[in-house]
Design a protein around this ligand. Structure first.
Ligand SMILES: Cc1ncc(C[n+]2csc(CCOP(=O)(O)OP(=O)(O)O)c2C)c(N)n1
Ligand SMILES: [Mg+2]
Length: 385
């Protein structure tokens, strides 16, 4: 499959078609062995992780609508790109996400309720990366995590933890960012340093076609994957709704990066099926035709068709549906019963030492809260709207 944008050809790596058939092309040949080596259990795990993430997303969106979260950031549609990448990482790798990487978070062992604590306003961070398989905290300042990742990757090389040539122990770094983030200076700076110092790093761009209401055509006159070449970093465009392509290309690139091959760049062509966040109404800026066109390329539906073609049983899918319902109920119960955080907590970690401005603001907030009367201090089952 190839696409042309601004007169420049790009080959898009696809291993599974939207109708669930394996794709055998010259461009895909290099990647077939990665998929052929996957066991039935690994394939099932791909599917399970995608389906559970979507269920989590549905539950979280409902919680946001009911006022239980201040905000929700849907991942619907991007599960294929994320789970392929997640399964291509090795345990020793460090991952620096943006804010939409729920599938990767769950796959690296983050408790979904820790993500919701963040979006309920109960915590600034949410989890300790050291206790969650090196999955670092979500970053809302667009593109900033790419600098954290490049700095960390430079450190790995300096510490001799990458580039020894051993794929089993060498560490790599993944950084996630969106099509809109590519216009941010931080991302260019991260790419410059990565190329200059040949960091053990994968730049994983999820091009979901939109940056809130700004289409990708406004962000770049060339396919974004070509940006990588400009920095001297090998780049590959993949069908981001094809979990197998995401897995195989990510595996190749991560193992090259960790063993001394320098940074790599993947542009995963995908789509944000949901709203940008629960505060956004996408019907104001995009057409239903466009949306339906992408839904027809859904990563989960095509993988389910593929698994069934391989002989997967209905029992597996039925058990997964039950697991999804249990997950949804568990998330809802645990989120709505979270203890209310101490009101002044948000001021306590701004500076390492006590600070008069923070003390003043903390006192002001306490007085403001008290102005609502005693009921304001009573436990609530939701965020104040
Ligand atoms: C530095 C900065 N500028 C602006 C914003 C507001 N903002 C939040 S999300 C977003 C769009 C990001 O789009 P993209 O990088 O494509 O990621 P996506 O949300 O599509 O996953 C913007 C501009 C921000 N959070 N940080
Ligand atoms: Mg985007």
């Amino acid at each position: 499959m190839s696409s042309t944008e601004a007169g420049r050809d790009v080959t898009t790596i696809q291993l599974l078609s939207p109708t669930g058939e394996r794709v055998d092309s010259d461009a895909s040949a290099e990647f077939q062995p990665y998929v052929d080596a996957l066991t039935d259990d690994q394939l099932r795990a791909f599917h399970r992780d995608m389906v559970l993430t979507r269920r989590f997303d549905v539950e979280a969106a409902a919680l946001a609508r009911q006022g239980q979260l201040a905000l929700w950031v849907p991942s619907h549609g991007q599960e294929g790109a994320q789970i392929g990448l997640a399964h291509a990482t090795r345990p020793q790798d460090h991952l620096f996400p943006s804010y939409r990487e729920h599938a990767v978070a769950l796959s690296r062992g983050v408790d979904p309720v820790d993500i919701l604590r963040l979006l309920r306003g109960h915590t600034h961070g949410g989890w300790n990366p050291a206790e969650h398989h090196n999955f670092h905290v979500y970053t809302l300042v667009i593109g900033s995590q790419t600098l954290h990742a490049t700095g960390y990757a430079m450190g790995l090389t300096l510490d001799g933890k990458a580039g020894t040539g051993d794929v089993e122990t060498d560490q790599a770094v993944v950084t996630f960012f969106g099509d809109g983030a590519t216009s941010q200076g931080d991302v260019s700076e991260a790419l410059v340093f990565a190329a200059s110092f040949q960091t053990p790093e994968l730049f994983f761009l999820q091009n979901n076609q939109w940056a809130i209401s700004v289409p990708v055509s406004r962000q770049s006159r060339t396919p974004l994957v070509h940006r990588a070449g400009g920095f001297g970093i090998p780049g590959t465009q993949i069908d981001g709704n094809d979990v197998l392509a995401s897995y195989a290309v990510s595996r190749r690139d991560l193992d090259a990066a960790r063993t001394g091959g320098g940074p790599r760049f993947i542009e995963a062509m995908t789509y944000r099926v949901g709203a940008h966040t629960s505060s956004d109404d996408p019907t104001k800026y995009r057409t239903d035709d466009e949306l339906q066109g992408w839904i027809a390329r859904d990563p989960i539906a095509r993988f389910e068709t593929y698994l069934k073609g391989l002989g997967e049983t209905d029992a597996f899918l039925a058990e997964l549906a039950v697991e999804c319902d249990d997950l949804g109920a568990d998330i809802r119960r645990r989120t709505t019963t979270l203890p209310k955080p101490e009101i002044g907590l948000m001021f306590d970690h701004v500076y390492s030492e006590p600070h008069p401005l923070m003390a003043e603001q903390k006192e002001w907030l306490a007085r403001y809260e008290q102005s609502f009367g005693p009921a304001a201090d009573a436990p609530t089952d939701g965020a104040r709207s």
